[in-house]
Ligand binder design. Structure first.
Ligand code: ADP
Length: 656
């Protein structure tokens, strides 16, 4: 029961309500009637606890208040404005379910308020009357006992008006409905009319025309649905997730952000550290899988090398044969040897040699005394009918063996620059000069490794102008195995044998890789800066979107969720969203960078692997990105003051 005794309210010493004395029962439909400016809204605001009053008392549920009532009668009352607030990104039915009620209860309530067909629509797409009904449904589900309505039908047409009044009449079987209106038709629905007078500031109590006898159908039975209030375990996450999915207007900025993120990720892959970049370059671009071993003194390669399954093949290098150049003092000239001083030896096992896949005619080696020709050499020998050479023999003078007939088993394709560099690293003499141009390949051929094997135990072979020396190439399945072997054994061998053993990585044009640090000095800090900016950018994007829509926080609070927890969940969801966008950007980056790398490997546009993936750098990138985004969101949410549900209502009242 609400009882007003001698209530006075004035604005600037001008009384609007004077000596108001009235008594309102716990249930019923009470109409506040009177011309505009007669104080109806003022009275409602006083009851809602939004306005203080100067004199008199209001007794509510046995408690007597002077000056001001507690806000919304401490959660028992609900002020339903002409423009009620909802979570605009949640459907009509979700706006009810947000209160923690079951599907069934929400459905029932929607049916009762004639909103069943609208259950999947978003609140902004409802008509004014429908929004009013939804607000009433929500208030009832929330268990409110007093409904305060100010001109609920002001903006409605005739049929909607009737519908609202009928509904209010029905509800008044369970709750107290106080409805301000200047619509005289409303009288027909009310149990009681309070007539406000602008002149006197008095309120006259007159009985309504609606007979309040129980014979008339009023909704009753469910009563205020206190039992439907949110259970403590009600989870805001599923509803908050919808906020992230709903931001249609942000779609464009999200796509832009993913592209931006992709660019930054590309930059991170470009700005790799010099050490890792050259590793990856040797691995991916040059497919380097060999080490060079030089033995001085009478050491046996097989005996000195540690046992290690990673070492796949030990290839003897013919190019260290005695050069045989002798100075003849009689004729004052050098005498050249009559055998091949240089033989380009490649392993018999095709899986160990990158260019084995580049055979155009014939096949790879199968045994000793076999030769594979460069296309230029094949063309020089047989013109356009080069493939006819396969199976025929070619005579080469080899050290101590004299003229040996080597069987031509294959002819290669034109090799790419990367492949030429790879071969050069394998100790192959690429037709004069570093990785010489293909036109000079007219005398270029490769001989099977087993051809050179017969020299391995020939002591005279190992003695040349540099003393006693053997050179080998150590083949591995790939760069990683080679690198691992080198790391594990090079130092030990050096310690054990000193200068007698030199184990080194095959020579590659490291000057390219070495020039990389200069670029890295610019690129790496740029990548870090770009990452920070991206995190900041994301945080600001989310911040703007959030602040623009922040009213929903009050709606969630009204539904019973704790704001602090809500904001924490929003931060978490924002970061999760960032993770999703990062995943999309990572896929894009992978497609982009792999394509560029493959093109570069084929065309050798740059003598480096352009994009490389350094897991430490990428981890650092993710850390910086998320750290920055989290920081911005945290600052945003920490400083955020959304205004409570009540404050929102106050603001809305001030606007009216
Ligand atoms: P109603 O709802 O019946 O139209 P109100 O309660 O809104 O009437 O207003 C009653 C009177 O009080 C009006 O003359 C109005 O101008 C005045 N009034 C309402 N609010 C304020 C205010 N905040 N400051 C000064 N005067 C006000």
């Amino acid at each position: 029961m609400i009882r007003c005794r001698n209530l006075w309210k004035s604005y600037d010493a001008r009384p609007v309500l004077r000596e108001v004395n009235l008594c309102l029962e716990d249930r019923g439909f009470c109409l506040l009637l009177g011309e505009s400016g007669s104080g109806k809204t003022t009275f409602l605001n006083i009851l809602a606890g939004m306005l203080p009053f100067e004199e008199g008392t209001i007794e509510w549920q046995g408690e007597v208040f002077d000056r001001k009532l507690p806000e919304m009668l401490r959660g028992e009352a609900e002020y339903i404005t002409q423009e009620p607030f909802f979570a605009d990104f949640l459907s009509v039915s979700d706006n009810l379910k947000l209160l923690g009620v079951s599907d069934e209860a929400a459905k029932k309530s929607l049916a009762r308020f004639g909103l069943s067909e609208k259950k999947d629509q978003l609140p902004p797409t409802l008509s004014g009357g429908e929004r009013q009904r939804l607000a009433l449904a929500r208030a009832l589900l929330k268990g409110r006992k007093v409904l305060l309505l100010d001109e609920p039908t002001a903006a409605l047409d005739e049929s909607n008006k009737r519908r609202i009044f009928e509904l209010l009449r029905d509800l008044s079987g369970d709750v107290l409905v106080l409805c301000a209106t200047h619509d005289p038709d409303a009288k027909g629905y009310a149990d009681m009319v309070l007539e406000f007078s602008k002149e006197t500031g008095k309120v006259k109590e007159i009985p309504g025309q609606f007979p309040s006898s129980a014979s008339l159908e009023r909704f009753s039975g469910n009563g205020p649905s206190k039992e439907l209030l949110p259970e403590s375990g009600n989870d805001a996450l599923p509803f908050l997730k919808k906020w992230f999915r709903s931001g249609r207007r942000e779609r464009f900025s999200r796509i832009c952000f993913i592209f931006f993120l992709t660019m930054v990720l590309c930059l991170v892959c470009l700005a790799d550290t010099p050490a890792h970049k050259s590793d990856v370059t040797m691995d991916k671009l040059y497919h380097l899988n060999m080490l060079t071993l030089t033995l001085h003194g009478e050491l046996d390669a097989i005996a000195v090398l540690p046992e290690d399954p990673r070492l796949r093949f030990l290839q003897f290098d013919y190019n260290n044969c005695p050069d045989g150049i002798e100075y003849s003092p009689d004729v004052l000239m050098y005498e050249l040897p009559d055998y091949e001083v240089v033989l380009n030896i490649l392993p018999n096992d095709p899986s160990l040699c990158l260019v084995s896949s580049r055979i155009r005619f014939g096949s790879w080696f199968t045994g000793p005394d076999q030769i594979i020709l460069s296309p230029a050499m094949a063309e020089k020998l047989a013109g356009k009918r080069a493939e006819k050479l396969i199976g025929s023999t070619i005579k080469k003078n080899l050290y101590k063996r004299g003229g040996v007939l080597l069987t031509i088993v294959g002819i290669t394709e034109e090799l790419t620059q990367a492949e030429r560099i790879y071969l050069s690293a394998a100790g192959t003499n690429i037709a004069c000069g570093e990785y010489a141009i293909p036109e000079n390949d007219q005398g270029l051929f490769y001989v099977s490794a087993s051809t050179a094997d017969i020299y391995r135990n020939d002591e005279s072979f190992h003695t040349n102008s540099g003393g006693w020396q053997q050179t080998y190439h150590l083949y591995f399945d790939g760069y990683k195995e080679m690198d691992g072997y080198f790391r594990d054994h090079a130092a030990d061998l050096k310690e054990k044998y000193g200068q007698d053993i030199i184990l080194e990585k095959a020579g590659l044009p490291l000057e390219y890789a070495l020039s990389w640090p200069l670029v890295t000095e610019i690129l790496l800090p740029s990548a870090a800066l770009a990452t920070l900016l991206t995190g900041l950018f994301y945080g600001i994007l989310r911040r703007t979107e959030f602040l623009y829509n922040s009213r929903f926080v009050a709606v969630f609070e009204y539904a019973g969720f704790e704001k602090k927890k809500l904001l924490r969940q929003l931060t978490l969801l924002s970061l999760l969203e960032l993770a999703k966008q990062l995943l999309a950007a990572a896929i894009l980056t992978a497609i982009l960078t792999v394509t560029v790398n493959v093109i570069n490997r084929r065309r050798f546009l740059v003598p480096l692997e352009i994009f490389s993936y350094n897991s430490w750098l990428i981890a650092g990138f993710i850390f910086l990105l998320f750290g920055m985004a989290w920081l911005v969101l945290r600052i945003t949410f920490k400083r955020f003051h959304s205004g409570s549900w009540y404050e929102l209502l106050m603001a809305a009242r001030d606007l009216l």
